[in-house]
Design a protein around this ligand. Sequence first.
Ligand SMILES: [Zn+2]
Length: 221
Amino acid sequence: MQQKRKDLKRCMKRLDALQKELVKHRTCKRLKMCINQLRELQREVERRQPCRTGYPVSESLKLSHPIKLCEYTISFSQLDNCGRELLEDALNARCFAYAPYSNFKVGAAFRSKEGRVFTGCNVENVALTPGCCAERTAMLKGISEGCRVFNAGAVVAYHPSGYTTPCGVCRQFIIEFAKLDIPIYIAQAPESSAPIPLFEDDAEVLVTSIYHLLPHSFSVY
Ligand SMILES: [Zn+2]
């Protein structure tokens, strides 16, 4: 009987050890999962790195080929000064939109190679065709003052389903005066009707490029 008790005790000890081993492995598994998640997050952070540390214009010039430019989203507060400034200028320009027919107000801002920022809003017309988009209004202002090259742009509008990107005509128009890989910042305008509209820190911004917006643009060259 005593021997049997001893055997049982030994078995219980072994069982205890096995259980501990099992828990240890389970923990390892969880740890592995956590490490993988961390690695994924790290990759995501690295993917977004240029927008937080780089200056968009030089970022654009650093790329050997526009295809390497990533299209990503980032919160407004994480964006570099250049992007934030352009978006705020576009948001302010949107206040002047003349859109009595669609009530769809758009603001845009483009920075020229010389560092000047030109803003624009959409201007509608009862005959529709004579109207002009915000992007072209902004760029036309710069072009008419001698600026021929733009290094960054921003477009702001409000649509409940998501971002408002430039229309096809504007995409072709922008290409005429910009490199394919310049950053184009797209954001939703805040819904508030405050006299001085502001972006929330966590407002999501899409950073794209002309290359992504119009990869097969028309060209005679
Ligand atoms: Zn347009």
